[in-house]
Write a new protein. Structure first.
Length: 409
């Protein structure tokens, strides 16, 4: 087949959450099909890095957008019903190149990852189309509206309402909708758009993220995640100020290492607190995780799958996370990971693992085994293949779907 794959961020190198899922889909499709990838780069560095994706696809269509331009497009949409997200991820140049590719090629399938770029092909007819929402972004903005202070809370609630309406509008313009978790699937089906929907999970490279033979530090705690991302910032500020003092009351030598690129000034100041280290960007996060006794992911704001949790579990390091973040992982609390909500609960869960090596070892072993059995990319891609085949089978039985692709104006 010839596949047009549209995604919101150039998925290369696949080193952050928003790039890992689309990269694995593209590299999987490319084994047996001709894949044309269309996406956006937000800097010269990202544009240059994107060229490495060419060895994983037949053609790469990439356009640069600037922060200034994206901000302007967002502000223009403020008084309209169009979500800010649609402006942030829009490029007239990319739209023109996608239209030209559709006019030039006879694609057998159009696959879109992330609703914010569905706008590029929502007007395409005559070819089967799948929209992978990934996470239901409208619900994430709704949570932001609940936890941020005024006036940002109002802006996020407005974006949530706009984006939910847009998700409902876009859904029936595609033949099949997908997402990452059963929770996201339930939200998608609540929209009741009448479109076939399904899910396939994120995986983890469990050969790369593997346990280490080196001994761990029994008093070391780790957190991994980009520190220019608000949910990670909020989680660490709260954990350092409320939970770490409780942990150090029981384990005076307990230390927390926060590993992640672009820490804000507020996050950097967390290193002034007893037992807290902020590393900033590192070439390889794995040694920081495998040297720790416990990995924490105390996120209050989380939708979909937290790849950081999967990676820590794959490395054989037990995870203490929030109930909301755990919902994105196919794992059973108290068997494969521990869940906690309040600082007292977080302290109790972390200390129980620091103080009991045997319990830590049991949870670590079961956690990795669960990742191998339920978050393997090969199994996930087999599920995706079944979804694609289902979509194509419907198209084959509908003569109207056999005409050449065209743009509806």
């Amino acid at each position: 087949m010839k596949i047009l794959y549209v995604c919101h961020r150039v998925p290369y190198p696949p080193q952050r959450g928003g790039k890992i899922r689309p990269f694995n889909m593209i590299s999987h499709f490319a084994r047996n099909h001709e894949v044309t990838v269309a996406s956006l780069a937000r800097s010269r560095e990202e544009f240059d890095d994107a060229q490495g994706l060419r060895k994983h696809c037949k053609e790469l269509i990439c356009e640069r957008v600037t922060l200034l331009g994206a901000t302007a497009r967002m502000l223009v949409r403020a008084p309209t019903r169009t979500p800010f997200s649609m402006g942030y991820f829009f490029s007239a140049a990319l739209k023109a190149r996608i239209d030209a590719a559709i006019a030039r090629e006879r694609f057998d399938l159009v696959f879109v990852h992330c609703s914010s770029v569905a706008q590029y092909v929502s007007d395409v007819v005559g070819v089967p189309k799948i929209l992978d929402f990934g996470d239901m972004d409208s619900q994430k903005w709704s949570i932001y509206g609940q936890v941020r202070s005024f006036p940002m809370s109002l802006a996020y609630r407005l974006e949530a309402a706009k984006l939910e309406a847009e998700e409902k509008r876009l859904s029936p313009l595609f033949d099949l909708n997908t997402c990452t978790t059963l929770e996201e699937l339930a939200t998608l089906r609540e929209f009741a758009t009448g479109v076939d929907s399904d899910w396939f999970p994120n995986g983890v490279d469990h050969a790369y993220f593997a346990p280490s033979a080196e001994p761990y530090d029994p008093d070391l705690i780790s957190f991994i995640g980009r520190m220019d991302y608000y949910p990670n910032q909020e989680a660490m500020i709260r954990f350092c100020k409320s939970t770490m003092p409780l942990i150090r009351q029981q384990r005076p030598n307990a230390r927390l290492t926060i590993v992640g690129a672009n820490p804000s000034a507020v996050v950097k100041r967390l290193a002034d607190l007893p037992g807290v280290t902020v590393t900033g960007s590192v070439p390889d996060v794995r040694p920081f995780v495998t040297r720790s006794a416990v990995n924490v992911a105390p996120l209050r704001i989380a939708r979909g799958t937290q790849n950081k949790i999967l990676e820590a579990m794959a490395m054989g390091v037990p995870v203490v996370t929030s109930n909301v973040a755990a919902r994105g992982v196919d794992a059973i609390p108290d068997e494969h990971l521990l869940c906690a909500t309040t600082p007292t609960e977080e302290c109790r869960a972390v200390v129980s693992l620091l103080a009991d090596p045997e319990r830590r070892a049991r949870l670590a072993q079961k956690g990795r085994a669960r990742v191998l059995s339920h978050h393997d990319w090969r199994a996930s891609m087999r599920r995706l293949d079944d979804i694609v085949e289902r979509c194509m089978a419907v198209a084959r039985t509908n003569p109207s779907d056999t005409r050449p692709a065209a743009i509806v104006r």
